[in-house]
Design a protein around this ligand. Sequence first.
Ligand code: B1M
Length: 235
Amino acid sequence: MSEEEDDIILSELDDDELVQQMFDDLYDGLKDEIEESVNILLERGWAPYRILTEALVGGMTIVGQDFRDGILFVPEVLLAANAMKGGMSILKPLLVETGAPRMGSMVIGTVKGDIHDIGKNLVGMMMEGAGFEVVDLGINNPVEGYLEALQEHKPDILGMSALLTTTMPYMKVVIDTMIEQGLRDDYIVLVGGAPLNEEFGKAIGADAYCRDAAVAVETAKSFVARKHNQGVATV
Ligand code: B1M
């Protein structure tokens, strides 16, 4: 019984304390607690996007810093990622069912050699919420996989994600192959991931680099609108 008395009752914490506790729980990979806290914040009227950015992405940023500094290792980060995904799975239907009019479509995947998928999943969720149809190719995609998906789904947009400095150059391989095959101009190519920047996006021939999921949505909307207005207005 005395152990139970020491337990933190998540629902009794105020919002700030609860978000701090979520940072700790994410750090410790406590998926059940993260899911409970997400539900508590939803009940308190927090918008799903606010929970995602302030509590979940905020917590993962701390995990990332300690991973970089050698304080956390892969198994612990995997647990944190699993807890984050638990929270995201509660938020996904809420972000996706906004009733937004259909805006266009996107094929998205993480590039070959790279298994990071949290950011890509978040982008996919936000794009769906904004009214885009999203085909998610998952992780570790070779150029052939992207090209097959483009052929099959004929999306407006190809989105690529990379989280490693060693895998981000592969985006250029995909774009160069699209050029070789005369396909490049048929698609809007958007790229993103923590190590990228705008300069890199330009250098590899992407249409735009997207800093985060919200920017990805805004960029996608503006490129698709331009594409649909082509011939009617100049941009
Ligand atoms: Co990895 N890892 N990891 N890791 N990992 C990083 C990326 C790292 C920066 C950590 C560090 O050292 N600080 C570092 C890369 C260093 C570098 O290349 N310069 C690193 C390393 C080194 C590695 C390994 C090599 C470690 C090892 O094995 N020794 C290994 C590589 C495996 C591989 O891919 N081959 C590895 C493994 C892993 C785990 C499997 C343990 C796990 C991934 C679990 C998963 O994704 N399912 C993991 C994690 C979780 C991270 C950190 C901690 C967090 C990444 C994350 O999910 N962030 C990360 C540190 C960091 O980034 N600070 C790190 C939260 C997410 C919401 O943000 O992904 O940036 P992000 O996405 C954002 C934007 O970037 C953008 O929008 C998203 C939402 O706002 N965005 C897009 C992303 N993709 C987009 C696509 C778009 C548009 C926008 O298309 C249109």
